[in-house]
Design a protein around this ligand. Sequence first.
Ligand code: PGA
Length: 244
Amino acid sequence: MPKIVAANWKMNLRRGSASALAGRLARDGRACWLFPAFPHLDAVGAAIKGSQCKLGAQDVSPELDGAFTGDVSAEMLADLGCGMVLVGHSERRQGYGEDAARLLAKLRRAAQAGLAPLFCVGETLARRKAGKAEDTVREQLALLSKLAAVERGRLCAVAYEPVWAIGTGVNATAAEIAPMHALVRAELDKLGLAKQPILYGGSVKPENAAELLALAEVNGLLVGGGSLEYDSLAAIDDAAKSAS
Ligand code: PGA
């Protein structure tokens, strides 16, 4: 299976820089999954049209339509040509208090609109220090059992992102990542999701990409800061190609 490189651009770049970066990746024949900010989706979509890159959004409303100021619905995203959406990213779980019920509603709404959710899980440093890292991830994944099988089957991937490794420059070690990816794989198997890739995320950079991609059950990478400049993202993508 080719290793996946997914770029979470978060609240960065501008319309011009996002579409220029996307266009260059597309022209180079790279097959990255790009998650730009909402206002850049249209321009990035146009820049990667007909290429191997794919477009995703960073968030989705749990509601269908209506009086939800500031929200963006799954139907709106699908209408823009967006095929995927991040759900459960720790910056939304923690910064916006997104609980399991809200995440479940988002997963359902996305799947029903034909979007493929990329579901993110990962423990905080406090949970890891308390010896509860695996329990946390198992509990987070249990949410997927509440989806109908057809909704669950729409997932494009699961990302394991230890919260303490996101944006900190400290990536998890092989000894921490490998058992967690094995656990995620076992849980996904039980849910009938044997084909869904498992990505690692958290301070991925060109210097550590090859080592991370060599680990068992690391089927790709979800990259934040390291995805904002062409040379860095291209080097990570090259590492993914060599590891595939
Ligand atoms: P980072 O972010 O690569 O900047 O740590 C990863 C993510 O939040 O998906």
